[in-house]
Design a protein around this ligand. Structure first.
Ligand SMILES: Cc1c2[nH]c(c1CCC(=O)O)Cc1[nH]c(c(CCC(=O)O)c1C)Cc1[nH]c(c(CCC(=O)O)c1C)Cc1[nH]c(c(C)c1CCC(=O)O)C2
Length: 370
């Protein structure tokens, strides 16, 4: 800890460090995660867990009897607010993420979907032709997702300055995988075929999605989201050539549209299995790269230079003994260093995670001092 403080002093010099402390005092109103995400000095790392609201919590599973479909649970504002707050009430995470899904805005664009309890997302009519892409419209988020505005506002009022409220979107490529495949996939062959045989059609779909998703992200910020996370979860499945053609430019398009309107709102990008893509992710115009657990955080820092990081504990560690959780958590925190790091898992929490282990992980991070 002392070594780290010395390192911070060596890096910034005492004068700048003092100025940093003064700015902390001035920004005392803003919650910790938001300050850390902006790169301001903080006394400890903030922590939340991807997919923290949901199946691993008994209070959530109990609600399924009353609201049997995911769309009810995420599209009735009172229910979505209640679920979003469950992990905050149980663990006092520093981040509270809107309980919703990346597919939620699709009906507003003219693409309808269901979420089946076992099989997951299902697009009613997959988007595979020029006519289907042309039929997609520019969404009006207030008309399509009024419950999102309501929930984000209610969440801000509920947590005040004790936590940071996060909004999120899917990135165009990952959204396109659902539109084209019609649901989850392990090989992504339909969208790959489209990209290889009719790239112009895929570009057209991605452009439409980018316009809509940027609009939807801005709507979430306007509704109260203080940090925005973009999930390009399945872009790690692309070859670099295809990533550069179909994922990267559309991430950039979304980021630049959002940044043009909300330059001060921290923007996080997540991709699963992204070890080969870190440098590319860091160049999409966002502020923070959410790193999965297949990379040493210290390597991620070295490779990406001056950009914030989020992550990257293997979610499986939350199934281990407490001593292992402490050891692995501290290891990530040390590697990430004290600057612009949001502690998180490397992907969503496993549904089989015992709640007391999730709580222990959050407490372990909150007890750490820079
Ligand atoms: C199962 C599933 C859904 N939607 C989706 C899946 C994955 C299926 C696949 O592998 O292809 C698609 C999806 N939804 C989300 C992502 C990005 C995050 C990721 O990579 O996991 C992805 C890829 C965000 C989300 N999806 C959800 C959140 C909620 C907020 C949170 O707590 O993080 C987010 C950010 C919630 C969600 N979304 C869904 C359910 C059943 C739930 C409930 C919570 C739970 O997982 O137990 C439906």
């Amino acid at each position: 800890m002392l070594a780290l403080t010395t390192a911070v002093l060596a890096l910034h010099g005492p004068r700048v460090y003092m100025r940093g402390r003064a700015s902390v005092a001035m920004a005392a109103e803003d919650p910790l995660l938001l300050r850390a995400a902006r790169g301001e000095p903080v006394h400890r790392p903030p922590v939340w867990m991807m997919r923290q609201a949901g199946r691993h919590m008994k209070v959530y599973r109990d609600l399924i009897d009353k609201y049997p479909t995911f769309r009810e649970r995420s599209e009735i504002a009172e229910v979505s607010t209640q679920i979003s707050l469950q992990p905050w009430e149980a663990y006092k995470t520093d981040g509270v993420i809107l309980f919703s899904d990346i597919l939620t805005p699709l009906p507003g664009m003219g693409v309808d979907f269901d979420i089946l309890e076992k099989a997951g997302p299902k697009i009613r009519t997959p988007v595979r032709t020029a006519a289907a892409v042309d039929a997609m419209n520019l969404m009006d988020p207030d008309e399509a997702c009024p419950f999102v505005r309501q929930t984000l506002g209610d969440l801000r009022r509920a947590v005040g300055s004790e936590a940071t409220v996060l909004g999120f979107i899917g990135a165009p490529y990952t959204m396109a995988t659902y539109c084209v495949e019609g649901g989850s996939s392990s090989s992504y062959l339909e969208i790959k075929k489209m990209g290889l045989n009719d790239p112009q059609l895929l570009h057209k779909l991605l452009t439409k999605l980018a316009d809509n998703l940027a609009e939807y992200a801005c709507f979430q910020i306007d509704s109260g989201a203080q940090v925005l996370q973009m999930f390009d979860s399945w872009a790690g499945n692309l070859s670099p050539i295809d990533y550069d053609a179909f994922a990267h430019p559309y991430q950039r398009m979304v980021v630049s549209k959002v940044k043009a309107r909300y330059p001060e709102v921290p923007f996080i990008t997540y991709i699963a299995k992204s070890a080969a893509l870190l440098e590319r992710m860091a160049a999409n115009g966002g502020d923070i790269v959410s790193v999965d657990w297949t990379v040493h955080m210290a390597d991620a820092r070295r490779r990406m230079g001056n950009i914030g990081v989020q992550g990257n504990l293997d979610p499986a560690v939350l199934l281990a003994d407490e001593a292992v959780i402490v050891e692995r958590t501290h290891d990530v925190l040390r590697q990430a260093g004290g600057k612009q790091h949001v502690m998180n898992l490397g992907h969503g929490i496993e549904p089989s995670t015992p709640e007391e282990k999730a709580k222990f992980f959050v407490e372990t991070v909150k007890a750490y001092r820079y």
